[in-house]
Design a protein around this ligand. Structure first.
Ligand code: 26W
Length: 808
């Protein structure tokens, strides 16, 4: 792709936007306006390419991918888009010419935080790869007014603040009110006979208008542009004029406010289902607007829906958009007049489902009564799907009641969304080898016996252009030097060439100094933001991810406490300076997770105020972990903590970002750590702990954490210290959950069982760190073998095995 944009062209275009769109003259330009003007210039370029892409795809009658996700954790876009469009240098030059620093302009952009964590960031990485690979794809989601909350730490505790991202970040969005859709809630059903057929008529419903706000997505090295379509909810009437005229201003705007609450806020729960009716409204609003919109476009091109499944594939990101299945059935039957069987054939062959978690509290189940009252027609269709599916299950398993119950779509007054997706889709996939194995043999065992070909694996991947080339320019330059150019950007397996330099002391030293510089740059940025001074001589040992008990941040804390106690026992022992960095948001209603954040902060303070620890031990909780913070942190990390209880982390993607940036992993054999181990071997990572099958066996045998507590003196002191806390704050509840939980299984995630092995892994890591050249060699192997974790590879697998679409 040739982009002949000079610095002058760019400057002219930016000045034009400032004048025309914002009425800003030269002297009034500030950083915020400059950011927005830059965004508008790139937006125009992409919109142009987008229209051309659409024409090309329509003319060629290509099959299209529709990626439906309630979350897209996009982060920032200015640098990414400029980079992908090949105008980054021109834009930087223009910004400097106008008297600003481009780094400051990039910092003006708020993260588009329309997601919680792994699932949302995965969707964002896949959009980049789908576009780069030239796949005709559209992402669909909601245009939340408020994204994931901003986290502040006040007195050691998490406080949530609203994330009003659109005021500035909205510069990327193009609202298309002409393409609005109507979504119907509530109401009554009436059955009528017409033309010898029974028709269902939906009446007395409430209408909410869906307005698309499109964000264009540029790929790397291509003119192909895809779209992320974000739906915004609006009331059909702006004001009740009668009420307004009678002076009741507030009541007059009530209906409008009601409708608009649907896209007001992103639910901040991760891996925990909350059965709120507003969340169900969000899901149906999203799904209905999306299906109507893509059905409309299909009919415009083909004049019929008969071939809908041949020309479209709908990928659903976890079960959150599961209602696409009954919604597509509804439209095909009630609006297009197809029979059940015809509609089912089309629907089933259009939909594919990705599962992202095996935690039972995260599996979506909705009360039948809620769906029935809010979505009466959708309920009817789900019920019918359930009955027909149950019949085929009973036939296959000869009326085995336990299996009928497990596989039911509707059971005990609840609708189970995962079973709906299995019944109504043509493919189900897990996100790493181990996760898919657990789906096949445990969570969806019987469904897999019935239809084995339906169950597939696609191991997750990350956008290596964002997470390596852009965020770690020093490392990118080294890779280009060593591999003879930047061809790895489109051929990530080229990174393997780095392995040849394992014996080259100079290369290893250069790798070491790049890491050193990145650590210093990160330390500067932390100092600027919070005043905290990081000890850059210490090992940067990092655990960043959502806070959840299964991810075991508490195990990391326990190991740090042990190390702190040892330092006190013997202040003169050899101690490698160590900096433990944490970043994590807790779901606002997740008490235990918030307690763990408080514990980390209490420990950090204690250590910070202890003269014995100075220059040796440091613990820092990084406030508001988000995409843009991760981009600064990954290049600086030396150790990556991936220590979930085996069998619980579906894949992980942070693990891949660390590996690609040369950090070494301390981890359990869980999620994609298994594939990492396959390519790295024991010698290039620090594996420890129970395996997934051992975890299951131990649970079956009646796991008793108190045996470990009694046997292991070090462990006992650590656990007791958690109870007694730091600086007067005690953590009795955490202590009790580890030893004798009154509510469920004690130490549900088996921290005590893995503690000794984990401490041993940390010791092995610290020992390895003593030999810098050896460490850098391991680091080099990690980077060299991270190519399989490029999202381009994952997306190509989806395209080949699930979507049946062409790609580069
Ligand atoms: C309904 C509440 C809720 C919200 C979000 C339940 C579950 C979720 C997500 C499925 C949680 C999630 O983000 N899962 C993560 O998905 C990543 C991408 O596949 C994986 O890498 C992580 O291992 C998995 O935890």
């Amino acid at each position: 792709m040739q982009q002949l944009y000079t610095v002058q062209d760019m400057e002219e275009a930016i000045r034009g936007k400032l004048r025309l769109n914002y009425g800003i003259s030269e002297k009034d330009v500030n950083e915020e306006y400059l950011f927005k003007a830059c965004a508008l210039v790139l937006r125009d370029m992409m919109a142009l390419h987008g229209a051309e892409t659409m024409e090309r795809v329509e003319r060629a009658h290509e099959r299209r991918v529709h990626y439906l996700s309630l979350e897209f954790l996009m982060g920032r876009s200015l640098m990414k888009n400029a980079y992908n469009l090949g105008v980054l240098e021109a834009m930087n030059g223009a910004i400097e010419n106008m008297g600003f620093k481009s780094a400051d302009i990039f910092e003006m952009e708020p993260d588009a935080g329309l997601g919680n964590g792994g699932l949302g960031r995965l969707a964002a990485c896949y959009l980049d790869s789908m576009t780069t690979l030239g796949i005709p794809a559209t992402g669909y989601s909601l245009c939340y007014e408020l994204g994931i909350f901003k986290q502040r730490i006040v007195d050691g505790q998490q406080v949530e603040l609203p994330d009003d991202w659109k005021a500035v970040g909205g510069a990327w969005l193009i609202a298309k009110p002409e393409e609005r859709e109507e979504v119907h809630f509530g109401g009554k059903l009436r059955e009528v006979w017409r033309d010898g057929h029974l028709h269902v008529v939906h009446e007395d419903y409430n209408t909410v208008i869906a307005i698309p706000c499109d964000m264009e997505i540029a790929g790397y090295g291509t003119d192909h542009v895809n779209t992320l379509r974000l739906w915004e909810a609006r009331s059909p009437r702006t004001l009740d004029m009668a009420l307004f005229s009678s002076g009741q201003y507030v009541r007059a705007t009530e209906e409008q406010t009601m409708a608009q609450t649907i896209t007001k806020i992103l639910y901040p729960n991760d891996e925990h289902m909350e059965g709120k009716s507003l969340r169900l409204k969000q899901q149906y609003f999203f799904v209905s607007a999306t299906v109507q919109s893509l059905v409309r476009k299909h009919v415009e091109v083909y004049g019929t829906l008969k071939n809908f499944h041949e020309k479209n594939v709908i990928q659903i990101n976890d079960t959150h958009p599961a209602m696409v299945i009954p919604e597509l059935m509804r439209i095909l039957m009630d609006e297009a007049g197809y029979s059940w069987n015809e509609a089912w054939e089309i629907t089933r062959n259009s939909v594919a489902y990705t599962n992202h978690t095996v935690l039972s509290e995260a599996l979506e189940r909705w009360p039948q009564t809620l769906i029935e009252s809010l979505l009466p027609r959708i309920w009817q269709i789900i019920d019918e799907i359930g009955k027909r599916y149950q019949k085929s299950v009973e036939e296959f398993f000869h009326h085995n009641n336990a299996i009928t119950e497990k596989m039911a779509v509707v059971w005990g007054g609840e609708v189970r969304m995962a079973n709906l997706c299995i019944a109504g889709g043509s493919a189900v996939n897990g996100v790493s080898a181990l996760h898919t194995e657990i789906l096949r043999t445990d969570v969806f065992r019987e469904a897999c016996q019935m239809e084995p070909a339906k169950f597939k694996n696609v191991t997750n991947g990350i956008d290596h252009r964002r997470w390596l080339a852009q965020s770690n320019p020093g490392l990118h330059a080294l890779i280009c030097d060593l591999t003879g150019g930047d061809s790895y950007l489109l051929q990530p397996m080229e990174l393997q060439k780095l392995d040849q330099y394992a014996g080259d002391a100079q290369v290893l030293a250069r790798l070491g100094s790049i890491k050193r510089e990145n650590k210093e740059a990160f330390a500067r940025s932390v100092k600027r933001g919070s005043g905290v001074v990081l000890n850059t001589d210490g090992i940067f040992d990092v655990q960043v991810k959502r806070l959840h008990e299964y991810k075991r941040q508490l195990l990391n804390v326990m190991q740090i406490i042990a190390s702190y106690q040892q330092l006190h026992d013997d202040p003169n022992r050899d101690f490698t300076p160590h900096v433990y960095l944490f970043g994590a948001k807790a779901a606002p209603g997740y008490k235990v997770a918030k307690d763990i954040i408080r514990l980390i902060n209490a420990l950090a303070r204690q250590i910070d105020s202890d003269p014995l620890c100075r220059g040796k031990l440091q613990v820092v909780f990084l406030e508001n972990y988000c995409v843009s913070l991760a981009e600064k942190l990954m290049p600086a990390a030396e150790v990556s903590q991936q220590i979930s209880t085996a069998g619980k982390e579906a894949s992980g993607t942070g693990n891949m970002k660390f590996m690609m940036n040369g950090a070494l992993t301390i981890g359990t054999l869980d999620g994609a750590n298994v594939e990492m181990h396959d390519v790295l071997g024991d010698e290039n990572m620090f594996l420890f702990g129970l395996h997934a099958d051992e975890v299951a066996d131990m649970k079956r045998g009646g796991y008793d954490p108190s045996l470990f507590y009694q046997r292991d003196e070090t462990l006992r002191r650590v656990v007791d210290q958690i109870r007694d806390g730091f600086g007067g704050v005690r953590f009795e509840e955490l202590y009790e959950r580890l030893l004798y939980n009154r509510y469920g299984a004690a130490d549900e995630y088996m921290l005590l069982a893995d503690f000794a092995a984990y401490c041993d892994a940390e010791h092995r890591m610290v020992a390895a760190y003593q030999d810098a050249e050896h460490w850098n060699r391991m680091s080099l192997h990690n980077i060299a073998r991270s190519g399989i974790f490029a999202a381009d590879r994952s997306v190509a697998e989806y395209a080949d095995t699930i979507w049946n679409v062409n790609h580069k």
